[in-house]
Design a protein around this ligand. Structure first.
Ligand SMILES: C[S@@+](CC[C@H](N)C(=O)[O-])C[C@H]1O[C@@H](n2cnc3c(N)ncnc32)[C@H](O)[C@@H]1O
Length: 251
């Protein structure tokens, strides 16, 4: 076993990484979260299969809010030419780099950045953009989705918690002017969790309804937005529609 693997195996991880020696990282809560990652991975793989014929060879990708890099490593292992993994937290950038080196994934780059600070003019566009598990931790989810759109050449995969939505008409400025609701947001307080590795960095979180997510993604320039069906044995939140994965297509 290499020295890098030894360092990796000394801690408990958010994800179950399979290391070259055959050893596997231990995960939070004795693996209680493994199913959510496996379900999302199988949903993402179905998107890669249908949009890219199962291999990312000849394509580049960015994983925004990569955490410890589990999805980014999968993109590299699915033969992407170049994968850029981004996270706001320095500890995740260090962990992703460690895993990248252990798995010898030379095409995976890792950078620390807040999603709102990314500069699409400098980074260019990516065939595949991942924004998984992020927008419901943000106070400006629409700004983050606009960043994702600006970075997308072909396909953007967004996965998020959603809230029950309000529908109907509202008096808007006067009873004489009524407007239809296009969706809604729930406010979640993460102010006591901002130290947590998975949480918001500011504490104020706006969680979209499904209608809001679809409407916003179309409004900011995705030509088509589609729901990815969860597998039958998916993690309960995905199975019962409390979290969703959607794909935004540029053309
Ligand atoms: C729930 S985790 C999701 C991680 C991974 N994408 C996944 O789906 O498994 C949320 C991630 O978003 C990152 N994050 C939170 N706020 C961010 C921001 N403003 N910009 C970039 N990353 C952020 C956190 O550090 C954390 O890694």
């Amino acid at each position: 076993m290499s020295a890098i693997e030894q360092r990796i195996l000394e801690k408990t991880w958010f994800y179950r990484f399979h290391l070259p020696s055959g050893k596997v990282t231990s995960t939070y809560d004795d693996g209680a979260l493994d199913q959510i990652h496996e379900s999302r991975l199988s949903m993402l793989k179905s998107v890669i299969d249908s949009c890219f014929g199962g291999s990312l060879a000849g394509h580049n990708a960015i994983d925004i809010a990569c955490h410890q890099g589990w999805f980014a490593t999968k993109l590299a292992q699915w033969n992407a030419d170049d994968v850029l993994a981004i996270d706001a937290r320095a500890e995740h950038v260090a962990d992703t780099t460690l895993i990248r080196d252990a798995l010898q994934l030379s095409k995976l780059r890792v950078t620390q950045s807040d999603v709102h600070a990314l500069d699409p003019a400098k980074l260019g566009q990516f065939d595949l953009v991942l924004m998984l598990g992020l927008i419901y931790h943000l106070e400006n989810p629409i700004g983050a989705l606009r960043q994702a759109r600006a970075l997308t050449k072909h396909v953007c995969v967004v996965e998020t918690q959603i809230v029950p939505g309000m529908t109907g008409m509202v008096d808007y400025g006067s009873y004489r002017f009524v407007r239809p609701l296009k969706g809604s947001f729930g406010i979640i307080d993460e102010t006591d969790d901002t130290h947590g590795p998975e949480a918001s960095t500011t504490g104020i979180c706006l969680v979209p309804s499904l209608e809001a997510l679809f409407w916003i993604m179309r409004k900011i320039g995705f030509a088509r937005v589609e729901l990815v069906p969860p597998p039958e044995d998916a993690y309960e939140q995905l199975r019962y529609g409390k979290r969703v994965m959607v794909v935004g297509y540029v053309e």
